[in-house]
Write a protein that binds this ligand. Structure first.
Ligand code: AMP
Ligand code: GLY
Length: 421
């Protein structure tokens, strides 16, 4: 099967590695645009704009693509999946309309209300006066969310009333949601969806703050682990029954069937499971650990989702091994951006326990004509390791990341530390 993967980050690199590991020949994959690391595993098409519906559809037609997998949200929001579907190509990725589940927090709240899905109380505000009255109604800590895509920077959780209002002022032009504070462990649980049927993958936890002990600003994600040994029995089934299935059913009723990855961002509160957000795509960096553990054929699962056949798919199987990922970030991330700098020491890092997914890397020619690998963004690499237990996986991951050198870079030292005992 000829597969097109759209995107250029560590999530897409993890998807490519999982496709290959579960039986897809590398030569039948094309990644657009990809990055330096991905290009060492599969052919890339760096000049294709993944956000152009017409360019992507024409490319997929010309290359006889049989399955398109959309990694990031930007192509979904741009309507790339719709253009591919119109061209008759099976797509793993929701339509522009259904992707509003991620792009519009107020739409997500409306869908949840209609479907009876448990979530935090929220007030939609279009003026700062409304924001003030909502934060005083809910009290501290205050949760303020931009009602639109804000590249992971739209949410603030703070007990500082002035900071909450300042954040609201920055995003009030797109609308702001004030939400009740939810206290508990966070869980990311992914479901494959074909418009009607949902199939769960294995739960993961993301580390969103920049620094150890959950300090510092929110980021795209600094690490993750899977599975979550502390989850109560029946958790996945409960989320399927009370969250994923009713949400997909509701979108079907609204005439916007959800085909692709339904990312349920959950908090396990004392009062039960609550949804804090939906995304319409694989999470990054959770995908790196979830797919690392997948034993079933990924292409088969995604193809069945794309073609409405999940009912006939066997439940995805996962390895008994655990997985963790630690993200190597550039100097200053997430507040400031560093110049492109060379990465050294990657040569001897990968082995049977460790793989490296590239998030933002490119080849550059050095003065003496050699190719050198450069870091080109905030999150640079995801070092992924598996093991029989979390202590083992952590030992592999940290031994690997210590060998990598990138001036000014930083990473969290406490990924999965609590579950490693
Ligand atoms: P979101 O982009 O909605 O996932 O929010 C980013 C992060 O803010 C989440 O991963 C949580 O850590 C935190 N957060 C979001 N909503 C809430 C809430 N209602 N209560 C507590 N923390 C929240
Ligand atoms: N890891 C959070 C996200 O992908 O949105």
């Amino acid at each position: 099967m000829k597969i097109l993967v759209l995107g250029q980050g560590a999530r897409e690199h993890a998807i490519v590695k999982a496709l290959i590991r579960t039986g897809t020949p590398a030569a039948s994959i094309i990644v657009a645009p990809g990055n330096a690391g991905i290009s060492t595993d599969a052919p890339c098409e760096p000049n294709l704009n993944p956000n152009s519906p017409s360019e992507v559809a024409a490319f997929a037609k010309a290359h006889e693509i049989e399955l398109a997998i959309i990694g990031p949200e930007a192509p979904l929001v741009a309507g790339v999946s719709d253009a591919l579907r119109d061209a008759g190509i099976p797509v793993f990725g929701p339509s522009q309309k259904a992707a509003a589940l991620e792009g519009s927090k107020s739409f997500a709240k409306e869908v949840m209300a209609a479907a009876g899905v448990p979530t935090g109380m929220a007030r939609e505000c279009s003026t700062l006066a409304e924001v003030e009255s909502a934060i005083d109604e809910f009290g501290a800590p205050y949760v303020i969310k931009a009602d639109g895509l804000a590249a992971g920077k739209g949410v603030i959780v703070t007990s500082d009333r002035a900071a909450a209002l300042e954040h609201a002022a920055k995003f009030i032009h797109m609308g702001v949601l004030v939400e009740e504070f939810l206290d508990g462990q966070e869980v990311s649980l992914f479901f494959l969806a074909d418009g009607k049927t949902v199939l769960p993958l294995s739960p993961a936890q993301d580390f969103k703050r920049a620094f150890d002990n959950d300090e510092g600003p929110n980021t795209g994600g600094m690490g993750a682990y899977s599975p979550l040994p502390w989850l109560p029995a029946g958790f996945v089934e409960e989320v399927e029954r009370t969250v994923a299935q009713p949400t997909v059913d509701e979108l079907g009723k609204l005439g916007m069937p959800f085909v692709g990855l339904l990312y349920c961002g959950l908090i396990l509160t004392a009062k039960g499971i609550r949804v804090i957000e939906f995304n319409a795509r694989f999470g990054d960096p959770e995908t790196q650990v979830v797919l690392r553990r997948l034993n079933s054929s990924l292409s088969n699962l995604l193809y069945k989702a794309a073609t409405g056949q999940l009912e006939t798919a066997a439940a995805p199987e996962f390895s008994d091994q655990v997985a963790i990922t630690v993200v190597l970030a550039s100097e200053g991330y997430p507040d400031t951006s560093a110049p492109n700098r060379p990465i050294h020491g990657l040569g001897s890092v990968e082995n049977e326990h460790v793989e490296v997914c590239h998030a933002a890397t490119a080849w550059a020619e050095t003065k003496d004509g050699e190719e050198s690998l450069m870091a080109t963004g905030g999150r640079v690499l995801s070092v992924v390791a598996s093991g029989h237990d979390f202590a083992g996986a952590r030992a592999h991951a940290y031994a690997a990341i210590e060998k990598i050198s990138l001036q000014g870079s930083h990473y969290r030292k406490d990924i999965a530390a609590k579950v490693a005992g």
